[in-house]
Design a protein around this ligand. Sequence first.
Ligand SMILES: [Zn+2]
Length: 123
Amino acid sequence: MITLAEWLRPLIEARKARAEKATQGEWDLDGGSITNGHPVDQIVDWVYERADGEHIVENQPRQIIADCEYQLAELARHDRTHRCDWGDYHTPDRPCTPLKRLARIYRHRDPDGYADLAEDWEP
Ligand SMILES: [Zn+2]
């Protein structure tokens, strides 16, 4: 059985890699389209709902890359035997609360894998 960190790391790395392959720059919602710094430099031709466009812009590649870098740094802090959670010792097969919280972010990307790992601590 893999550890929570072994399950989580490739999910974060794959998300970061997809964001790195996407068009870089300053994404902006311009009317109904999403542009990259200039009105003629379109990323998305048309978004029907403004809220969807705002959501896409807020999750543009540089934001996702930054999120993933933070998550990988947190993972590196909590993926080994360490003292955490009010001084308790945690091991890779006995994850701490911060690592469980980080894993919950990715539970929808692999629900079965998450359920197998989380069955010991999820309510
Ligand atoms: Zn920890």
